[in-house]
Write a protein that binds this ligand. Sequence first.
Ligand SMILES: Cc1cc2nc3c(=O)[nH]c(=O)nc-3n(C[C@H](O)[C@H](O)[C@H](O)COP(=O)(O)O)c2cc1C
Ligand SMILES: CC(C)CC(=O)C(=O)O
Length: 309
Amino acid sequence: MGSDDPVNVNQFQQLAKQLLPKMYYDFFAGGAEDEHTLKDNIKAFSRIMILPRVLVDVSRIDMSTTILGFETSSPIMVAPTSYHQLAHPQGEVATARAASACNTIMVMSYSSTRTIEEVASSCDGVRFFQVYVYKRRDITAHLVQRAERNGFKAIVLTADTPRLGRREADIRNRMIRPHLKNFEGLISTKADSLARGSNLQAFVADTFDASLSWKDIEWLRSITKLPILIKGVLTGEDAMRSLEAGVDGIIVSNHGARQLDYTPATISVLEEVVRAVGFKVPVLLDGGVRRGTDVFKAIALGARAVLVS
Ligand SMILES: Cc1cc2nc3c(=O)[nH]c(=O)nc-3n(C[C@H](O)[C@H](O)[C@H](O)COP(=O)(O)O)c2cc1C
Ligand SMILES: CC(C)CC(=O)C(=O)O
């Protein structure tokens, strides 16, 4: 290993900053508005201290666990993130191969740049499919069913994005979203730069169903047999509402602080959600997880696993 090789996630982020065009780096790294929550997701982890007990035999360490009955080598899953080809030509296929090599679960984004079929045929591995609900429900149903046919094992409904968060870097950079092959022949995938602002924001306003509500979990259940997880829960109340709706798992998330700024750091609300859920379904967490000690803290506070972006 050379002395410049990265030894932690923060150093990978610095390398990405050096290598990627500014428009793309800012899209990947940015948050909504003041980016208060973006910083707090990380700071909140650093405020939690660990009290170790000594003289405990740690010669054999087994971090494996099960999530919805699927075995993974560790409680660390891959969070759904859009547009991987903006960072690497192989895009989500490379991510799927990495997740498979680590024997963990990848949640593939609805807004992936490689197709469901390309990812499914690239390697073995347990994969979940994340879903945004479009106004054109037929398109969402079509993608969910394609994921099911291609061996994806669960649906992750993202509940915190009925509208896109105000991402000021994307607005300033006049962010241009990439072409999404999954939607070829279904919607216009042409993506031109706008005279002002982020064309991703304009696209989401045109396409995403801002009327998304609890009753849509029933709709989702009517179009798929797969287990359904809800992503974006931050309160005990919504956790209980999720259980009433019959979900199979809950992901405590504020969307990496990219949606509503001034939501609490995810690690700070985990215990409340876990208490409300009472281990009836697994509770997962994402947001600010950058180190093994963060994973440990989330597990210690009741998460079954974390997702990393
Ligand atoms: C570049 C980027 C793209 C994302 N795209 C999606 C997406 O398509 N669907 C989704 O549910 N969440 C998406 N997220 C949110 C992540 O799934 C996850 O909630 C968040 O990144 C966790 O916080 P962290 O970035 O601090 O790890 C995205 C996050 C990033 C950073
Ligand atoms: C297409 C976008 C809504 C993807 C996303 O979730 C994000 O950029 O955070």
